[in-house]
Design a protein around this ligand. Structure first.
Ligand SMILES: NC(=O)c1ccc[n+]([C@@H]2O[C@H](COP(=O)([O-])OP(=O)(O)OC[C@H]3O[C@@H](n4cnc5c(N)ncnc54)[C@H](O)[C@@H]3O)[C@@H](O)[C@H]2O)c1
Length: 452
């Protein structure tokens, strides 16, 4: 669906009205097109004293062809940067937080539209002292505030990089840096992302980071699932697109468009996990990436909700994911290096009136990530979730107008996200290069004020 207001404010008349009346001003977001340079301008890379991450980050960005500028050399006040990247891992107590001010204050107006702010730190739980943990935890307040303050499509994220194993090496950091700097992360802001230890494999071509991967997408006939099929195929994957038999025509159209195959299957059928596993085993011998995207809403306030509405939502959105994971893992169809990505929702984080069933199922998805990701890490498989906010699909088109307008505007981007924004985020979590990223729940919500 289209956001007519966002289109209108891009016109001359729209710009005048927005300025005069102080109306919300949704910027045009920079989104990814294959072949784009990683960033549309130079990147300012700074470090706190003793930071351990600026060096590997510098290596990644230089190898990616990015023009890096050192803060000591950034004396030309007219330079506009595509990103400000700061290694805060050297900050060991609260007095050291002043280094953040010293780096960001002079550059607060120096970012290009849709610019990027990335702060890197150490997970507080791994810090050597309570003072260091306190200072590292404080980084979250800075990044979340910058995301709300800078405007013009600028995003801001905090990346905690573990000290374990290979973490903090260029190969483990690269996929996350590339995602966050590029237009792929247009609608992701105010997030805390954890990069841990894990085997990451860089692709031969970063424009095809899923080359050779077999990917299952559930709920692929329309909406976010159809966008997923397109994005993952564009990035090199062979897509197995699944949806209910009633959506067979739409599903076939999507599968044909992306050169993949279609599986008509109701995920709640008792034999669905075995039939799916048989299909994947006989066609491909494996599945590298499983994206649990299929989902339904059956809204009613709890007192008016019949048991069918409760049962069907929990079954499609949560229990079916568990049953399918169990069978695919038991039959060893997801190899080491495999990825599972589940779709949650900000309703699962913040709750929502009339959605006790839905929010329960989506919070359960977060529980699944928390509990199963450490177990899967031992098999070399990552498990993450994305939590979309307001995304322009048929699902949100059904929301009454005034609530829909509020949902659209109440975020740092002042607009709804597009299915492609969720798809790009799931894509990043699916890459072989993202082996160091597991156990995360990444919101794709334009930094929504709901559930913040
Ligand atoms: N649109 C949003 O704003 C938004 C926000 C948060 C989360 N989400 C989540 O994103 C996912 C995709 O949402 P969407 O907006 O594209 O919804 P959608 O209704 O457009 O698409 C969902 C797809 O899942 C399929 N599906 C439903 N039940 C199934 C079953 N039993 N077996 C197989 N397939 C089944 C449907 O046929 C449909 O094609 C869902 O999990 C949804 O909860 C969406």
């Amino acid at each position: 669906m289209t956001d007519r207001y966002a289109s209108f404010v891009q016109t001359a008349a729209g710009r005048t009205l927005v300025k005069r009346l102080g109306l919300p001003d949704p910027p045009r977001l920079r989104r990814h097109t294959p072949g784009d340079p990683l960033v549309p301008g130079p990147v300012l890379l700074g470090s706190s004293t003793g930071g351990r991450l600026a060096e590997p980050v510098g290596k990644v960005l230089t190898a990616a062809g990015v023009e890096l500028v050192d803060p000591a050399a950034a004396t030309d006040a007219t330079t506009r940067f595509a990103a400000l990247v700061y290694d805060a891992s050297g900050i060991t107590d609260s007095t050291g937080l002043r280094q953040l001010y010293d780096f960001f204050h002079p550059q607060a107006r120096a970012l290009l539209p849709s610019g990027r702010v990335i702060v890197l730190g150490t997970p507080p739980a791994e810090c050597g002292s309570p003072r260091e943990a306190t200072a590292q935890r404080a980084l979250e307040g800075l990044t979340r505030s910058i995301g709300k303050e800078f405007g013009r499509g600028v995003t801001a994220q905090l990346v905690y990089v573990t000290k374990d194993g290979d973490a903090g090496t260029p190969v483990s950091l690269e996929s996350t840096l590339r995602f966050l700097l590029s237009g792929r992360s247009a609608y992701v802001s105010g997030q805390v992302i954890r990069v841990g230890a894990g085997t990451a494999t860089a692709p031969a071509d970063w424009d095809r980071p899923l080359d050779g991967q077999v990917v299952l997408v559930t709920g692929a006939a329309r909406g976010i699932g159809a966008a997923l099929a397109r994005v993952l195929a564009r990035d090199g994957a062979t897509v197995v697109a699944l949806d209910i038999p009633a959506a067979g025509d739409e599903l076939a159209a999507v599968a044909n468009e992306v050169g993949g195959s279609a599986v008509q299957l109701d995920l709640t059928a008792p034999d669905a996990p075995t039939r799916l596993a048989d299909h994947l085993a006989s066609r491909h011998g494996r599945v590298d990436v499983v994206v649990h995207n299929a989902g339904i809403t059956r809204d009613k306030t709890l007192g008016r909700m019949d048991a069918d509405r409760w049962d069907s939502v929990i079954d499609v959105n949560l229990s079916s994911q568990e049953r399918i994971n169990d069978v695919l893992l038991e039959r060893d169809l997801i190899p080491a290096g495999g990825r599972i990505v589940s779709v949650s929702s900000i309703a699962g984080i913040a709750g929502n009136r009339g959605q006790t069933n839905y929010a329960t199922s989506k919070a359960g998805v977060i529980g699944l990530v928390d509990s199963l990701s450490p177990v899967l890490r031992e098999r070399g498989i990552s498990l993450n979730a994305v939590a979309p906010g307001f995304i322009e699909t048929r699902l949100t088109a059904r929301i009454p107008l005034m609530i829909r307008e509020a949902g659209r505007r109440m975020n740092s981007m002042a607009q709804g996200g597009l299915p492609v924004d969720v798809a790009e985020t799931i894509g990043w979590l699916s890459w072989p290069a993202s082996g160091a990223v597991s156990g995360n729940v990444v919101r794709v919500c334009g930094q929504s004020l709901l559930g913040a």
